[in-house]
Ligand binder design. Structure first.
Ligand SMILES: [Zn+2]
Length: 258
């Protein structure tokens, strides 16, 4: 059999996609979760989904003509694609889930300082540097097997990104709740165990060991101290601590409310 003289590399066809859960957050205005796209031959379902503006890190399950597929699946003509966000597939579908829930440490984008501090306040291991370039974020993510948290969708679409999340809210506390839910972190919360400034695990210290570094009134009124092995700061109760404790309680209450 002889084919056409020149293989037709530009052949294209249309594919219909339905985005479920909150994925319409990423779609361009007015599409209500339904998108019709022109697709070239040999396009993977991952590339098609990202071309619609949805980072693969937000997609937990893909059905093509009602059958579950992985991200590398190559689309055929007339395929009907259903794309589920993580919050849609919490039931007994673990074999079909494309995202891991078991991420406990993160890289947080330099624009999300409040989120980074909140996560540290709750005890989570967070790399954060407000001057970090994208390349550094990716290197730390890959080198230390961290999940990438950023509102930069292009960055989440980078091919080396495996686990990540784009906070929907612009508010630091709401973003924190989103992360706790997305990665199922509620039971792993350990407040006041990590330094908010440098991320090191705090150590309990005897009052005597730090007494020379305390203000006179602090010496009188407080008995329990922790110190940071990273930046040498000393922590104790007091009005600042009370504020942080009410922030922790507020986040726990919101998490329960859901
Ligand atoms: Zn520190």
């Amino acid at each position: 059999m002889s084919g056409p003289h020149q293989p037709d590399k530009t052949k294209s066809f249309r594919v219909r996609l339905t985005f479920l859960g909150d994925l319409s957050f990423f779609l361009k205005g007015g599409s209500q979760g339904n998108v019709l796209r022109e697709v070239k031959e040999r396009t993977s379902v991952k590339d098609l989904i990202e071309a619609c503006g949805v980072p693969h890190t937000e997609v937990d399950r893909v059905l093509v003509d009602s059958k579950p597929v992985n991200f590398s699946y190559v689309l055929d003509e007339n395929a009907r694609v259903e794309v589920h966000s993580v919050n849609v597939t919490q039931h007994n579908l673990s074999r079909e889930q494309l995202q891991s829930r078991n991420i406990r440490k993160f890289v947080v984008d330099g624009h999300l300082g409040k989120l980074a501090r909140n996560l540290r306040l709750l005890g989570f291991d967070v790399f954060y540097a407000n001057t970090a370039e994208d390349q550094q974020l990716l290197e730390v993510m890959q080198g230390e097997a961290r999940g990438l948290i950023t509102r930069d969708r292009r960055l989440l679409m980078h091919s080396i990104v495996e686990h990540g999340y784009c906070p929907r809210s612009g508010n630091g506390e709401e973003q924190t709740i989103e992360i706790l839910r997305r990665f199922g972190l509620e039971k792993a919360i350990e407040p006041f165990t990590r330094c908010l400034d440098c991320n090191a695990r705090l150590e309990t210290v005897e009052k005597n060991a730090v007494i020379d570094r305390l203000e006179p009134l602090t010496k009188v009124y407080y008995e329990n101290f922790r110190s940071c092995p990273g930046c040498r700061k000393i922590f104790w109760g007091g009005s600042h601590f009370d504020k942080l404790r009410s922030r922790v309680e507020s986040m726990r209450a919101k998490l329960r409310d859901a």
